[in-house]
Design a protein around this ligand. Structure first.
Ligand code: 6PG
Length: 238
């Protein structure tokens, strides 16, 4: 694993730097393999990054977009990660509809939806035993969760699936598992806000407990980027 940590002076600089890194990795993947597979994070932090990506002149036909986690709601629900990314970015660029791969949230049983998405992911990534996406974007919750891998939940222990059902306060979510995240070529955390300091301090401590701070499970084979604004990054700079 090659870990890169950058603390940017403010959130605007964080988004600008995140855009540079993500565009660089998208272009590298296309140059090396003819396409880029990227999984998006949800929540609020990445929205301006997605809006910035909508301004880029990229070969959208060679880019396939997935989600690293999703709330178990319809795409038009205000909490939908799919809905946020479509409004901020995907509806504004000429990306083929078949290149957008949202997590399904229609099935009554989220476990069925997780299995369906896993099958779809394997099909698009041409059936590797442990598929390696090119880019996975991640955020960090103030409790140390990432994707929908929440502290002390069963999802943290799943090693034999790519997609599983996460649980936030009793609400189901679909999420990448740690093995799938760790198979990626480039994992990019984008973290903003002083409320993330406590979790970051723990995650960067040598003795962090991954069950309590699940972002600690992210130890990818490839590059691991941690991009913070100063408000969050103070935790690292002491
Ligand atoms: C989600 C995310 C989640 C998010 C963190 C941080 O679906 O909410 O994927 O892991 O990245 O909760 O969220 P904020 O960026 O809103 O602080």
């Amino acid at each position: 694993m090659n870990k890169i940590v950058e603390v940017l002076p403010d959130t605007t600089a964080l988004i600008q730097r995140s855009l540079e890194v993500v565009v660089e990795k998208i272009q590298a993947a296309i140059a090396e393999r003819g396409r880029c597979t990227i999984a998006l994070s949800g929540g609020s932090t990445p929205k301006p990054l997605y809006e910035a990506l909508a301004t880029q002149d990229l070969p959208w036909g060679q880019i396939h977009v997935f989600w690293g986690d999703e709330r178990y709601v319809p795409a038009d629900h205000p909490d939908s990660n799919q809905g946020m990314a479509r409004k901020a970015w995907l509806d504004r660029v000429q990306i083929p509809a078949e290149n957008i791969h949202p997590m399904p949230t229609e099935a009554a049983d989220p476990a069925i939806a997780a299995q369906d998405y896993e099958s779809h992911l394997r099909e698009v990534l041409q059936g590797q035993a442990l598929p390696a996406l090119d880019v996975i974007l991640l955020g960090l919750g103030d409790d140390g969760h990432t994707a929908s891998l929440f502290p002390h939940t069963a999802a943290l222990q799943v090693q034999d699936r790519l997609i599983t059902v996460g649980n936030k306060d009793g609400q189901p979510r679909l999420t990448f598992t740690a093995p799938l995240i760790n198979a990626a070529r480039y994992v990019v955390f984008v973290v903003a806000g002083a409320n993330k300091q406590a979790a970051l301090k723990e995650i960067f401590a040598p003795t962090a407990d991954a069950m309590t701070y699940p972002a600690r499970l992210v130890q990818p084979q490839g590059e691991l980027w941690w991009l913070f604004d100063a408000a969050a990054g103070q935790a690292i700079n002491g």
